[in-house]
Design a protein around this ligand. Structure first.
Ligand SMILES: [Zn+2]
Length: 451
């Protein structure tokens, strides 16, 4: 039994210097994996995330291994059906070179995105290709028991539609809108998840489903999804900002998710924009989220209608008035609706300018439901970033919207599930074995499982 007293990062990294340039290999490795298999794990992730055809020679070079050394690793991965050897399809003429690919059919995973007001779930293969998808209204504020029951019901409905059972899944990736302590599989002091503080989410789900489960924060998974298969492919440093009911950011730094010491890095929604501003869900006043989140936009629209000012929004009978209603009114020339979105974008832009100055990312990806409004909100964001970030950082950064649209987080959850399943296969270990773990600043030791 191993005892770990600090939090393991979400991903481990093997970094090697090769011919003067530093090459990184990235992989998810639960704490109880064997370090002897480093190169095998690293080779799998090089193949998964290369974004292009990759050969045995490329892997030998990246990992600084001999041809014979690479052969042992690759042959083993092929024998275990984790990867495939195939001919490159991109060579225009002549004999196509032999390249390596992940075997997408080696297993199936599920991704579950528990949002503030909806739950999306999908089944996917090992390359995170969605096979079936479902979305249901859902309330994270209902607390863990009710939410887990709901998630279970929706997952079963999805499995039924696909004609498979839960035992056919290799792993399940779950997203929650709060700060996650990855290794403990729980959230710590989440502002919009009443009743969930330190509830053993991962262990409860694994017990119910008997499938390995990984839990991560929604914005972190959005960053992961966009980095693996979206607008941030092959980027070294990127920031993903999710503007939905709330606002959060996820960072990929040196191609690793950066979660901070207790999982709450990227809580940009609770950055104070105005000392005496409106009350926020976290208990403070004047947070970005209280000005510019989907919820804040809906509230401002409601107040606008109540004020009696001239606006197209008075014609909308359904309550609450949605962000989409505000966007439609703005597009029809409603100046008041335009002003609500412009102000939200301006505040987000101010926060992003600060983030860009601090982290100097190459890409900032704007995702979440509110981002789908498009230019009405992204134009003021870009304007503020241009005006307020330092020129060196501003010149280097590309601001873009999420390529995966509403699915950034869901795909990210599948990427994490795939990482867990694939690296467990590489290790050939019992997927549910766990270590003893102690929470930081908490004397009580949490035993997850003991084998
Ligand atoms: Zn706040």
């Amino acid at each position: 039994m191993i005892s770990i007293t600090n939090i393991q990062p979400l991903n481990y990294k093997v970094s090697r210097s090769n011919k003067g340039k530093s090459l990184n290999a990235y992989y998810f490795l639960p704490a109880n994996h064997n370090v002897k298999n480093f190169n095998k794990h690293a080779a799998v992730d090089l193949i998964r995330f290369a974004g292009k055809s990759i050969s045995r020679t490329d892997i030998a070079e990246a990992l600084d291994l001999s041809r014979a050394g690479v052969s042992i690793i690759i042959n083993d991965l092929i024998d275990n059906k984790i990867i495939l050897e195939t001919y490159s399809r991109t060579t225009p003429s002549g004999r196509p070179p032999v390249v390596l690919e992940l075997n997408p059919k080696a297993g199936m995973v599920a991704g579950i995105d528990m949002g503030a007001s909806h739950l999306s779930a999908a089944l996917g293969d090992f390359s995170a290709r969605i096979l079936k998808e479902i979305e249901h209204p859902f309330k994270i504020a209902d607390g863990p028991e009710k939410c887990i029951d709901d998630a279970n019901q929706i997952l079963n409905e999805l499995l039924e539609r696909q004609g498979i059972g839960i035992k056919d899944l290799s792993a399940i990736g779950v997203s929650v809108p709060g700060p996650v302590i990855t290794d403990a599989g729980m959230v710590m002091a989440p502002p919009i998840m009443p009743g969930w503080d330190r509830f053993p989410i991962r262990d409860t789900l694994e017990k119910r489903w008997s499938v390995p489960v990984t839990i991560n924060n929604d914005a972190d998974l959005g960053a992961m999804g966009e980095w693996a298969y979206g607008a941030g492919r092959n980027e070294i440093n990127l920031a993903f900002i999710k503007v939905g009911s709330g606002i959060g950011a996820g960072f990929i730094i040196n191609q690793q998710i950066f979660v901070g010491s207790t999982g709450s890095a990227g809580e940009i929604g609770h950055l104070t924009i105005e000392k005496n501003g409106p009350l926020c869900s976290c208990g403070n006043y004047g947070c970005l989220e209280a000005f510019a989140s989907g919820k804040a936009i809906e509230l401002q629209a409601q107040k606008l209608v109540e004020s009696g000012k001239r606006t197209l929004l008075t014609e909308i009978k359904e309550r609450p008035i949605s962000v989409l209603d505000v966007a439609n009114a703005a597009r029809s020339g409603d100046l008041e609706a335009q002003e609500i979105l412009n102000r939200a974008g301006t505040f987000i832009g101010i926060a992003l300018a600060g983030l860009i100055n601090m982290f100097n990312p190459s890409v900032v990806i704007i995702g979440g439901g509110v981002a789908e409004v498009g230019d009405l909100i992204t134009a003021p964001i870009r304007k503020m970033v241009k005006e307020r970030s330092l020129r060196a950082s501003e010149h280097a950064v590309k601001i873009t919207t999420a390529m995966l649209g509403r699915r950034s987080t869901l795909i990210g959850a599948m990427v994490q599930a795939n990482s867990l399943a694939i690296h467990n296969m590489v290790e050939g270990k019992s997927p549910l074995s766990r270590v003893v773990y102690t929470l930081p600043n908490n004397e009580k030791e949490v035993v997850l499982t003991g084998h």
